[in-house]
Design a protein around this ligand. Structure first.
Ligand SMILES: Nc1nc2c(c(=O)[nH]1)N[C@H]1C(S)=C(S)[C@@H](COP(=O)(O)OP(=O)(O)OC[C@H]3O[C@@H](n4cnc5c(=O)[nH]c(N)nc54)[C@H](O)[C@@H]3O)O[C@H]1N2
Ligand SMILES: Nc1nc2c(c(=O)[nH]1)N[C@H]1C(S)=C(S)[C@@H](COP(=O)(O)OP(=O)(O)OC[C@H]3O[C@@H](n4cnc5c(=O)[nH]c(N)nc54)[C@H](O)[C@@H]3O)O[C@H]1N2
Ligand code: SF4
Ligand SMILES: [Mo]
Length: 707
C-alpha cells in the first residue's frame, strides 16, 4: 500500500486528498487532514476521481468517426488526421476558418494551461473561444479596466471579514469560485462565531442562504440596480471612506454623479428589494469593521454583468475595504503569472477585433462563445469551417446549444481533445483522449491566484501513464509541431518532448515572490501537504498595472455603459410580469456537464427538475411531479416540475449540464439520468453588450403542462 497526496482537480476549492494505492489500483481517497489549506475537507466528488479513472466509458485510445461508426486509430494516424484537415481548411478558407474552444477543465490541468497557448497562437485564428465568456469574463474585464491586469482579481478575505455580502453565488453547492476556499461552510461559520454577518442576495433561498444570517430575494438580472442604489446611499449619507487607498484612486467624482440617478426607491420596483432594506444594507456595510461584497456566476451572467463586477469593486473601494484585511484582497501566488514588475502599459486586450457575423468584441484574444454558432453558420469570407474543442462541452454549456449542435453538423472537420464521447465530441471526426487526472502531475497555477490564503502544493502523478498514452500537454505539443511541419516541411522540428510542465513550474517558483525562502519544485515535493505562506496581505499597490498606477474607479467604458442601463431601466419600468424568468442552479454532486457518468453521484432523487414557487404552480394548475414543457424564444424542453418555496415567485430554475442520452454519445450512466439541457432554452442573442459574456440570469420562459 502506498499513499499519495494530491490536490483535487475537480473544482476551485483544490482540496488536499490522501490517496491510498494498492496493487496498481486506488484503494481509497479521503481528505488530507495534514493539508495546510483544506485541513481534511472534501466533498462527495473528490473520492470519485477513482471512478473517473476507472470509468469504462472513459476513452483511452484515439478514435476516428467514419459515418456513424467510431474506429480506434494509432496516435500517429489520429494526430496527422487532425493536422492535415486543419491545414487543408486553412489553406482553402484562410486561418480564421479554424476555430478553437477551450472548456473549463483546462484551467484545472496545468499541462494544458502551459502548453495549449502555443498551439492556439500557432493556429493564427481570430476564432478562439472559451468557457470564460459563459462565466467570469466580467471579473477580468473589470480588473483590466480598474487595476490594469485581467488577473488582478480581488478575492473576499473570508477568514477575517466581519460582513460578507454575497450576490449570485452559492459556494456551499459550488465550493466557491474566484474564491478558492476549501471548506467554505466552516469558514462561513467562523465569520458568525466572531459575530460577523453574512447576507445573501439571490432569487433562490440556496444552501448558502440557509447558512447565512439573512437572505433577500432579488429579481434575476437586476443586481446592477441594487448595487447602484447601495452606492447611492453611501454617497448620499457621506459614508465614503477610502482610507489608505485615497491618494491612489481616481474617478470618485464621476461615481458620485453616476449613482445619483439610482436611489433605492427608484429601483425597488425593478429589483424587488424594498428601499429601506437597501438603505440598511448600505449602512451596515459601510459601518462594519471590515466588509466585503462578492458576486459570482449569478451576477456575471447578466445583461449588465460587466457593470455588476465593476460596481462590486467600487463598493469595496469606497468603503475602505479594498486591499485591506477582511475586505477584498489580492493573492500573492508562488507561481506568479502577473508579477510585481511593471513592464508595459498594456496587459490585456479588448475590442482589437470583432466577430464576423455579429461584430462582437474580442477580450484577451478570445471572442464571446455566444457568437460561435453564428460564425460557423456565416456563409461569407472568413466563416468557421473547422473546429477544435479541448475539455469542453459547449453543446450543453453555451447559450442556444441547439443552434450550436446544428452548426457543428455543417463543419468540414472537427476534432476534440477529451476523455469522453459526449454531446459535443460525438460531432467530431477525431477524438484525442489524454491521460486520466490521476495519471499526470499537477500544480494549481490559476486557483492560487484566486485563493483566500497563499499556499502552494505540488501533486505528483498517482499512476504512471499507460504505455502509448498522451497527456493533454503532449497532445498540444505534438499538434503544434505537426502543424508547423504541414505548413513548412523544411522547418520540421524534432518531437519537442524535452520541455515538461515541471520545468516551467520549477523556474516560476524560483523567480516568484517567495524566492527568498529558496522555494523550488523540490521544496514542494518534500512537503506533500503543501507550503503555507499565510493570510493574504495588502499587495495591490506593488502589483497594480494601470499605466498611471492609479486605481481607476470610473473607466470610460463602464460609465458609458450606464447610458445603455438607463435605456433598459425605462423599458423595465414599463413591463408587466407576464412570463417567468429562468435561472440556473448547481448541486454539490454535479460538475458542469461531465460528471453525470459517475454512478455514486447520481443516486437519489432526480436533480434535473424545474423549480417553481407554489404560487406560480397554483396559478397554472400545476402540481409537484407534473411533467412540463418549458419554452423560450429559442427552444423547448420537457422535464418534471418540483414545487418549492425556496424559489422566488416569478422565477423558475433548471440546473445546467444535463441533456444527455443523445444518439452516438457513450455515457452509460449519464444516459440513464439524461434530463434536459437548460441551454436549449438560453438565448445566444442575450449577452452583456459591454463584455460579450452570456446573460443566463432571467431568460423569459413559458411553462405549460405536457399532455
Ligand atoms: N457542485 C458543483 N460545483 C461547481 C460547479 C458545478 O457545476 N457543480 N461548477 C464550477 C464552476 S465552472 C463555477 S464557475 C462555479 C460557480 O460558482 P457559483 O457562482 O457559486 O455558482 P452557482 O451555484 O451557479 O451560483 C450562482 C447563484 O446565482 C443565483 N442567481 C441566478 N441569477 C441571479 C441574479 O440575477 N441575481 C442574483 N443575485 N443571483 C442570481 C443562483 O440562484 C445561484 O444561487 O462553481 C464551480 N463548482
Ligand atoms: N445555463 C448555464 N450554462 C452554463 C453555466 C450556468 O451557470 N448556466 N455555467 C457556465 C460555466 S461557469 C462554465 S465554466 C461552463 C463549462 O463549460 P464547458 O467547459 O464547455 O463544459 P464542461 O461540462 O465543464 O465540460 C468539460 C469537458 O471536459 C472533458 N474533460 C474533463 N477532464 C478532462 C481532462 O483532463 N482533459 C480533457 N482534455 N478533457 C477533460 C469532459 O469530458 C467534458 O467534455 O458552463 C457554463 N454554462
Ligand atoms: S470541494 Fe472541489 S476540490 Fe474539494 S473534493 Fe470536492 S470537488 Fe474536489
Ligand atoms: Mo465556470
Amino acid at each position: 500500500m502506498k499513499t499519495v497526496y494530491r490536490s483535487c482537480s475537480l473544482c476551485e476549492a483544490i482540496c488536499g486528498l490522501e490517496i491510498k494505492v494498492e496493487n496498481g489500483r486506488v484503494a481509497g481517497i479521503r481528505g488530507d487532514k495534514a493539508d495546510v489549506f483544506s485541513h481534511g475537507h472534501i466533498c462527495p466528488k473528490g473520492p470519485e476521481l477513482k471512478a473517473i479513472h476507472e470509468d469504462p466509458d472513459r476513452l483511452r485510445k484515439p478514435i476516428r468517426r467514419i459515418g456513424n461508426d467510431w474506429h480506434e486509430v494509432s496516435w500517429d494516424e489520429a494526430l496527422n488526421l487532425v493536422v492535415d484537415n486543419l491545414h487543408a481548411v486553412q489553406k482553402e478558407h484562410g486561418n480564421d476558418a479554424v476555430a478553437y474552444y477551450a472548456g473549463n477543465p483546462n484551467v484545472h490541468n496545468y499541462g494544458s494551461l502551459l502548453f495549449a497557448p502555443r498551439f492556439i497562437s500557432r493556429l493564427k485564428t481570430r476564432n478562439s473561444y472559451s468557457a470564460t465568456s459563459v462565466d467570469q469574463l466580467p471579473h477580468h474585464f473589470a480588473s483590466l479596466k480598474m487595476f490594469g491586469h485581467p488577473l488582478l482579481v480581488p478575492i473576499p478575505d473570508v477568514d477575517r471579514t466581519d460582513y460578507f455580502l454575497i450576490l449570485g453565488a452559492n459556494p456551499i453547492a459550488s465550493n466557491g469560485s474566484i474564491m478558492t476556499a476549501p471548506d467554505i461552510k466552516g469558514r462561513m461559520k467562523a465569520i458568525q462565531k466572531r459575530s460577523g454577518r453574512i447576507i445573501v442576495i439571490d432569487p433562490r433561498r440556496t444552501e448558502t442562504a440557509e447558512v447565512a444570517d439573512e437572505h433577500i430575494f432579488i429579481k434575476p438580472g437586476s443586481d446592477v440596480y441594487f448595487l447602484l442604489a447601495i452606492l447611492n446611499v453611501i454617497f448620499r449619507e457621506k459614508l465614503v471612506n477610502l482610507k489608505r487607498l485615497g491618494p491612489e484612486v481616481k474617478g470618485l467624482q464621476s461615481i458620485e454623479t453616476t449613482v445619483r440617478a439610482f436611489g433605492p426607491g427608484d429601483v425597488a420596483g425593478i429589483t424587488g428589494i424594498p428601499a429601506n432594506v437597501t438603505e440598511r444594507i448600505a449602512r451596515e456595510f459601510a459601518g462594519a469593521r471590515s466588509a466585503v461584497c462578492y458576486g459570482r456566476v449569478g451576477v456575471s451572467t447578466q445583461s449588465f454583468g460587466g457593470l455588476c463586477q465593476w460596481l462590486i469593486n467600487v463598493l469595496n473601494i469606497v468603503t475602505g475595504n479594498m486591499d485591506e484585511p477582511g475586505g477584498a484582497m489580492f493573492a500573492l501566488p508562488a507561481v506568479d503569472t502577473i508579477g510585481a514588475e511593471f513592464k508595459s502599459d498594456s496587459y490585456g486586450s479588448f475590442d482589437s477585433f470583432r466577430s464576423k457575423a455579429r461584430g462582437l468584441p474580442e477580450f484577451g484574444g478570445e471572442l464571446p462563445v455566444a457568437a460561435l454558432a453564428d460564425e460557423i453558420l456565416f456563409q461569407g469570407e472568413g466563416g468557421v469551417r473547422a473546429l477544435v474543442t479541448s475539455a469542453g462541452n459547449p453543446v450543453l454549456s453555451t447559450p442556444n446549444g441547439g443552434k450550436l449542435q446544428k452548426a457543428m453538423e455543417s463543419l468540414k472537420f472537427m476534432a476534440s481533445i477529451d476523455i469522453y464521447l459526449n454531446e459535443t465530441t460525438r460531432n467530431a471526426n477525431v477524438i484525442l483522449p489524454p491521460t486520466s487526472p490521476l495519471e499526470h502531475d499537477h500544480y494549481d497555477v490559476v486557483f492560487n491566484i484566486f485563493a483566500v490564503r497563499n499556499t502552494a502544493r505540488y501533486s505528483p502523478a498517482v499512476f504512471d501513464p499507460p504505455a502509448g498514452s498522451m497527456h493533454d500537454w503532449e497532445i498540444f505539443t505534438e499538434l503544434t509541431r505537426r502543424l508547423d511541419e504541414a505548413r513548412d516541411p523544411k522547418k520540421a522540428k524534432k518531437p519537442a518532448r524535452g520541455i515538461k510542465p515541471t520545468d516551467f513550474l520549477d523556474r516560476m517558483l524560483k523567480a516568484g515572490p517567495y524566492a527568498a525562502t529558496k522555494i523550488e519544485l523540490q521544496t514542494l515535493v518534500d512537503n506533500p501537504h503543501g507550503v503555507d505562506f499565510g493570510p493574504l496581505t495588502s499587495v495591490l499597490l506593488n502589483r497594480i498595472k494601470t499605466p498611471d498606477r492609479k486605481v481607476d474607479l470610473a473607466p470610460a467604458l463602464m460609465t458609458a455603459d450606464i447610458g445603455r442601463l438607463k435605456e433598459s431601466m425605462k423599458v423595465q419600468a414599463g413591463q408587466g410580469n407576464g412570463s417567468l424568468m429562468l435561472i440556473g442552479r448547481r448541486h454539490v454532486r454535479d460538475n458542469n456537464s461531465w460528471m453525470h457518468n459517475i454512478a455514486k453521484l447520481m443516486t437519489g432523487a432526480n436533480r434535473c427538475t424545474l423549480f417553481m414557487n407554489p404560487r406560480d404552480a397554483e396559478s397554472r394548475g400545476l402540481k409537484n411531479g407534473n411533467v412540463v414543457f418549458v419554452t423560450s424564444r429559442v427552444g423547448e424542453v420537457q422535464l418534471p416540475l418540483e414545487v418549492v418555496e425556496e424559489i422566488m415567485p416569478g422565477v423558475v430554475s433548471i440546473p445546467h449540464g444535463y441533456g444527455h442520452g443523445r444518439k452516438g454519445s457513450k455515457l452509460g450512466t449519464a444516459a440513464a439520468h439524461s434530463g434536459a439541457s437548460i441551454n436549449d432554452l438560453t438565448d445566444d442573442e442575450s449577452i452583456d453588450a459591454l463584455t460579450g459574456n452570456a446573460a443566463f440570469s432571467g431568460v423569459p420562459v413559458v411553462v405549460r403542462p405536457a399532455p
